[in-house]
Write a protein that binds this ligand. Structure first.
Ligand code: C2E
Ligand code: MG
Ligand code: MG
Ligand code: MG
Length: 275
């Protein structure tokens, strides 16, 4: 009986692996051509200043619309892009789209607006990443403080390499934020060591914050920590009115989430609200 179960379990496991591998390989081969086929598009999600209710910044979020697979979530294709190395090409493309968008807004007189771009750990650690960022800003004549780079804790390894890249980015003048704060395994000492500007509180800590005492305690502590370190703080994944009220009550500066807006294509952004 045990043997039978074992075999069945084994077979099941293997099939699962195979099908997931085949699917990944197929996705990867399609992803390889996504840029040239114009299947990628950048959406933008507004970040709201909770004191002024103004929108002065957006997060760029990548979308992939493929004729075979339909809409593929970045949660599914970014890991594949990361493993295959395609993320480097994709990351460059996103960075360029964002700079073009900033150029367009600046031409229209919106000079204060900032866009945050997600940087994958692999992209972050490539040779001359900071130089690439600097060159792209120059190419489009963008002031460096209009660009924010979002880096997750997993990329904040305790190495001189990480420190050097962050220092270079800081010298260029781009804004540096930590994405999904509190969900990685890194030590807090990087907050001391690295030139960080913004902490983004992960959405798991924002969920039902007005009822969930543990989330409330964690979020309040992170906000206090950010204030004490002189950092800006953004709450991610805000979905409810009650969450907004709570965040205002504990002096969280900025919030982002479906309550205000989902990530939207550029033509849906009402520019009148910007400055
Ligand atoms: P992230 O950077 O933490 O982005 C936040 C995610 O939360 C986005 O998912 C966003 O659509 C979603 N979100 C925003 N507000 C809410 C809310 O109120 N409720 C809920 N449930 N979700 C909300 P998305 O767009 O699917 O992206 C997933 C992840 O994929 C991102 O997490 C980021 O890590 C990665 N990603 C997206 N675009 C890029 C990119 O251009 N480059 C890289 N390297 N990674 C990207
Ligand atoms: Mg992000
Ligand atoms: Mg995040
Ligand atoms: Mg995330």
């Amino acid at each position: 009986y045990v043997k039978e179960r074992g075999r069945a379990g084994y077979r099941f496991f293997k099939e699962e692996m195979n099908s997931s591998f085949a699917n990944d390989a197929l996705l990867e081969s399609h992803l390889r051509r996504a840029i040239e086929l114009n299947e990628l598009v950048v959406f933008y999600q507004p970040q709201v200043d909770l004191r002024s209710n103004q929108i002065n910044s957006f997060e760029a979020l990548l979308r992939w619309n493929n004729p075979t697979f339909g809409f593929v979530s970045p949660a599914n294709f970014i890991p594949i892009a990361e493993e295959s190395g395609l993320i480097l090409q994709i990351g460059d493309w996103v960075l360029e789209q964002v700079c073009k968008q900033l150029r367009d807004w600046q031409n229209k007189g919106f000079r204060q607006v900032r866009i945050a771009v997600n940087i994958s750990p692999k992209q972050f650690k490539t040779e001359c990443f900071a130089k690439k960022v600097g060159d792209m800003l120059k190419k489009y004549g963008i002031h460096s403080s209009s660009l924010e780079v979002e880096i997750t804790e997993s990329a904040m390894t305790n190495t001189s390499e990480t420190l050097n890249i962050l220092k270079e980015l800081k010298n260029i003048g781009v804004v540096i934020s930590i994405d999904d704060f509190g969900t990685g395994y890194s030590s807090l000492s990087y907050l001391k060591r690295y030139p960080i500007d913004i902490i983004k509180i992960d959405q798991t800590f924002i969920r039902d914050i007005e009822l969930d005492e543990k989330n409330a305690a964690i979020a309040k502590t992170i906000i206090q920590l950010a204030h004490n370190l002189g950092l800006e703080v953004v709450a991610e994944g805000v979905e409810k009115n009650q969450e907004v009220d709570f965040l205002k009550g504990v002096n969280c500066q900025k919030a982002q989430g479906y309550f205000f807006s989902r990530p939207i294509p550029i033509h849906e952004i009402v520019e009148n609200y910007m400055n």
